[in-house]
Design a protein around this ligand. Sequence first.
Ligand code: TNX
Length: 551
Amino acid sequence: MKHLMIGLLAAIMAMTALAQSNRADYRVVPLPSEINGIKTDDFRLTSDCLINYPTGNLEMEHNAIMLSQYIEELTGLHLSTRPSLNAKDRQGNISLLLVPQMDSDEGYSITTTSRGVEIAGKTPAGVFYGIQTLRKSLPVVETAQVLLPAAQVSGSPRFGYRGMHLDCSRHFFDVETVKRYIDIMALHGMNRLHWHLTDDQGWRIEIKKYPRLAEVGGWRNGTTLGHNSPVNDGIRYGGYYTQEEIRDIVRYAAERYITIIPEVDMPGHMVAAMAAYPELGCTGGPYEVWTLWGVTDDILCAGKDQTLQFVKDVLDEVMQLFPGEYIHIGGDESPRVRWQECPLCQQRIRDLGIKAAGKQSAEARLQGWFTTQVQQYLAQHGKRIIGWDELLDCDIDKSATIMSWRGAEPGSQGALLGHDVIMTPVGPLYFDYYQTSKTWNEPIAFGGCNTLKNVYEFEPVAADLPADKRHHILGAQANLWTEYITCEPQIQYQVLPRMAALAELQWLQPEDKDYQDFRARLPHLVDIYKHYGWTYRAKSLILEDESNPQN
Ligand code: TNX
């Protein structure tokens, strides 16, 4: 009898545990701004439930398909999708709804009662973020039934620009890897991929008018070993994306409400292009696709009309491929020593009557002129530029958006001057940096140390920025430069779980952030990383980096 009782008790406990583990938990990353219980029973999610979407809306149909796929991936439950505008059809099902009266363009609400689940947004993007929240709240378990607690859940992002950057020049990553990076971004509620496609070490985008860019500029004679050592592996390395592949990636991202911002860095970081077309440089070369990292003195010649024509031609094709509003034109790390010696650049300076002003040399202002030419050309085609914060030292137009990387101060200064700004400061948003100061067991990284906590605690809007300038801070982004990142697991290791901390600062109001609470919610997100087979830095979860000597 006693044994029977114990057995019965064990069975009840096991069943309760099972029921518990099959319950969704809405306290995900990023945390919804509201989770209010509703007094009904839980909703029972089984494969008998359908996913309704508004008839005739292709984006919502795609949202429904994505939700079905996510549920199946995490729980094994297969739910069919169905077009329906009929309120009666919502009973017992999940329904995706567009609600124009909602406040925030990207906000979502999830209303769950025993009778059904409604995921609403003002736009399909908002609905998609609701889908992501529901997805992340699911248990990762093969099951016949998931219990969704009855509740009203809602959220909306603090910033409109929620970015990640990926450098595919220093190392080249195939289409599947880029798509998985996009998947990871979608899981974290991000909406801008800044895709660094050209640099000294490799040109990665097919340009039909200049085929040598990819054919010659896409390949280098080896890669430096260790931290920018003089030793080179001597292995020819390269690759590029065809325009068709780029279109495919742009479409894939758009289906996840991610806009890709391509970067064609100019006038510096252009040696790969100059290796293909040496006449673009001041000296005429010859140039080689660079096999070191860092900053080289060889940049585009601003004295030749041909250079500007080249840039416009390239951007013509880039604009065709990327439908978004922004094109990133770089502008960073452009030494001007060649321009100082180049007769054509000096002639240009004289012709334009450019004079040094304050801290800005004539050559710096020549970069300003060059940038403005490009900016105006793009503006004629309805596009806006983003450039690195060095552009603030070149006298440029206020309509240029500044990406603040040499700390957050340049960004604040840019905002004071009236520029829109995206915050990507090296500390703490360079994800090519180490995640701990104890680097001996870490894969090689650029240097520095940006811990999970550093990322979490970053505040993009400086406390002393005046109220009428704060709207200029459009958002934040982490950058993944790939000098030392050679393969996909290494990409994922560098960004996970730091992307989770970034997502929370992009979504939450500062007063709602709480690092300890975030860490308590993180393991479930990491279960999802594991389930998808993504690589991540496990130590960031179990030990507090900088306070624990063992780490
Ligand atoms: C600086 S950020 C660069 C990149 C490097 C990166 C390494 C920026 C505008 N320029 O060219 O890859 O540091 O962290």
